[in-house]
Design a binder for this molecule. Structure first.
Ligand code: GUN
Ligand code: ZN
Length: 432
C-alpha cells in the first residue's frame, strides 16, 4: 500500500521561545540540511535529512532545497466579508465603515455570495502563506457557516464568529440582542470544537452594540468560557469619544467590555492603540490580547501601536492584517509595516522576533502553541516554504546576505505572496 507520509527536505526553522535579542540563538532550531516527516496531518519527526531518511520507510520525498521551511503563518484579526473593499479611498475609521464597509457587508445576507467569497478568501490566505485565520464574519449567520464550511473542506485550523451588531448600522446589517445571542449560540454548537474549528464570540465594537446586546455577549461568554472573544478597542480618537458618549458610565473604552465580563486570555482586541493607564492595567491583569494591525493602522491613519510599552507590562500582543482596512494579505508585508511603525517610536522589530511573532507568537496569543505555530513533532503539519530570492530585487539583495537573520529580514521587508513557494495544510500541499 502507498504510504501517505511525506518527507519534506529543506532548510528548517522553528522557534522554541520568543527571541530576546537579534542574536538569541537559543530561541530557535535551525537545520541546514533538514527534513520533516509528515503523516496523518501531523509532523511525525524533525531532524537532519540524513537521520530522517533512514527512518522514513516508503514516505514520498519532496525536495524543497534551497528554500526555508517554517510553520504556517497565523493571522489573528481579519474581516472575511471585506475582500472586495480592500483599498477603498480617503476615509478614517468611522467614515470608512459607513461609506464602504457596512454597505459591502450587507451583501453577505446572500448565502451563495458568502460561499463564493469564502472560497476566494481562503485561496488568498493560502497563497500568502497563512494557514490559520481569526476572522470576523458579517452579521449574517450564513456568512459564518460559509467561512467554517470552506475551512473544513480545506482542513484548516480556523477561528471565527458572526459579528453581533444591533445599532448604528444600516438596515439588513443589524441583529437584535436576542437574535444575535441565538444565532451565535447555534453557531457555537455547530462549529466550536468540530474538526479544526473554534468559535469566537464577536460583538463588533461598542459603537454597534447596545448595552442589552453587550449583556447577551457576556452571557454567551459565561456559558461558553472556552470560546474566543474578539472585538475592536481604541483604534481611532473619534471612535473612542463616541463610545464614551454611548456608555457614559464607563471609566474608559475597555471598561465597557470589562463591565460585561468579556475580558480574559481568550479575548482578542483589535488595534488597542490609544490606551489609558487603567486600560493597560486591566489588560495586564486579565491577560486579554491586544492585536497590532500595522497596514490597517497606517491606511486609516489610526495611530502607532505601542508594542514595547505593552510588552513591558507582560501583555501578550498578537499581530494581524485586518483586511479590508489592512492593505495586504501577506503577514510578511504586515511585518514590514510593523517594523516601520515601531521605528517611528524608537522601538525595534528584529527579524527573529518578527518570524516568531507570525508563527509561534500568534499561536501563544491564541493558546494553541501545542497545535500550530511550530514544527515540533506531534503538532499539526501547517508549513510554508519560503523563497528569499523570489524577485529580482530580493535575489540581488540576497547575494550580499550571509546570515539567517539577514535572509529573514529580506523576507520581512521585501517578501509577499511571491516568496511563498509552497504551503502545506495538515500535511497536504496546496499549490503544486
Ligand atoms: N471597528 C469596527 N469594525 C471595524 C472594521 O471592520 N474594521 C476596522 N479596522 N475597525 C473596525
Ligand atoms: Zn477589524
Amino acid at each position: 500500500m502507498q504510504s501517505d507520509r511525506l518527507l519534506l527536505r529543506g532548510r528548517i526553522l522553528t522557534f522554541t521561545s520568543e527571541p530576546q535579542s537579534p542574536s538569541d540563538t537559543a530561541s530557535y532550531d535551525y537545520i541546514e540540511d533538514g527534513a520533516l516527516l509528515v503523516g496523518d496531518g501531523k509532523i511525525l519527526a524533525r531532524g537532519s535529512y540524513c537521520d530522517l531518511v533512514a527512518q522514513a520507510g516508503d514516505a514520498e520525498i519532496i525536495d524543497h532545497r534551497p528554500h526555508l521551511l517554517t510553520a504556517g503563518f497565523i493571522d489573528t484579526h481579519i474581516h472575511f466579508p471585506q475582500v472586495q473593499i480592500v483599498a477603498s479611498w480617503g476615509a478614517q475609521l468611522l467614515d470608512w465603515l459607513n461609506s464602504y464597509t457596512f454597505p459591502e457587508e450587507t451583501r453577505f445576507a446572500d448565502g451563495d455570495h458568502a460561499a463564493a467569497m469564502a472560497c476566494r478568501f481562503f485561496d488568498l490566505l493560502i497563497n500568502h502563506g497563512t494557514t490559520t485565520s481569526v476572522a470576523f464574519c458579517s452579521v449574517h449567520k450564513g456568512s459564518a457557516n460559509a467561512y467554517f464550511e470552506e475551512a473544513e473542506q480545506r482542513n484548516m485550523r480556523v477561528i471565527g464568529g458572526k459579528v453581533m451588531m444591533d445599532r448604528n448600522a444600516p438596515d439588513g446589517l443589524r441583529d437584535t440582542p436576542l437574535s444575535g445571542y441565538h444565532d451565535s449560540k447555534e453557531l457555537i454548537e455547530k462549529w466550536h470544537g468540530r474538526g479544526r474549528a473554534h468559535y469566537a464570540i464577536t460583538p463588533r465594537f461598542a459603537i454597534t452594540s447596545t448595552p442589552d446586546q453587550m449583556e447577551m455577549a457576556g452571557a454567551l461568554v459565561a456559558e461558553h468560557p472556552d470560546c474566543y472573544v474578539q472585538t475592536h478597542l481604541s483604534e481611532n480618537r473619534n471612535e473612542i469619544a463616541y463610545t464614551l458618549e454611548l456608555y457614559p458610565k464607563a471609566k474608559d473604552y475597555l471598561d465597557v467590555y470589562q463591565n460585561y465580563g468579556l475580558l480574559s486570555s481568550k479575548m482578542l482586541l483589535g488595534h488597542s492603540i490609544h490606551l489609558e493607564p487603567r486600560e493597560i492595567d486591566a489588560l495586564a491583569e486579565t491577560g486579554a490580547r491586544p492585536v497590532f494591525c500595522p497596514t490597517s493602522n497606517l491606511f486609516l491613519g489610526s495611530g502607532l501601536f505601542d508594542d514595547e510599552g505593552l510588552r513591558e507590562r507582560g501583555i501578550v500582543n498578537a499581530i494581524a492584517t485586518d483586511i479590508g482596512a489592512g492593505t495586504s494579505y501577506s503577514m510578511l508585508q504586515t511585518l514590514n509595516e510593523g517594523y516601520k511603525i515601531l521605528q517611528l517610536q524608537d522601538q525595534k522589530l528584529h527579524p527573529l522576533r518578527a518570524f516568531h511573532w507570525i508563527t509561534r507568537g500568534n499561536a501563544v496569543a491564541l493558546g494553541l502553541e501545542d497545535k500550530i505555530g511550530t514544527l515540533d513533532p506531534g503538532t499539526e503539519a501547517d508549513i510554508v516554504v519560503l523563497d528569499a530570492r523570489a524577485t529580482d530585487a530580493m535575489a540581488l539583495r540576497m547575494d550580499r546576505a550571509d546570515t539567517l537573520s539577514e535572509e529573514l529580514f529580506v523576507l520581512q521587508m521585501l517578501g509577499d505572496d511571491r516568496a511563498i513557494n509552497e504551503v502545506y495544510v495538515a500535511g497536504r500541499p496546496q499549490k503544486g
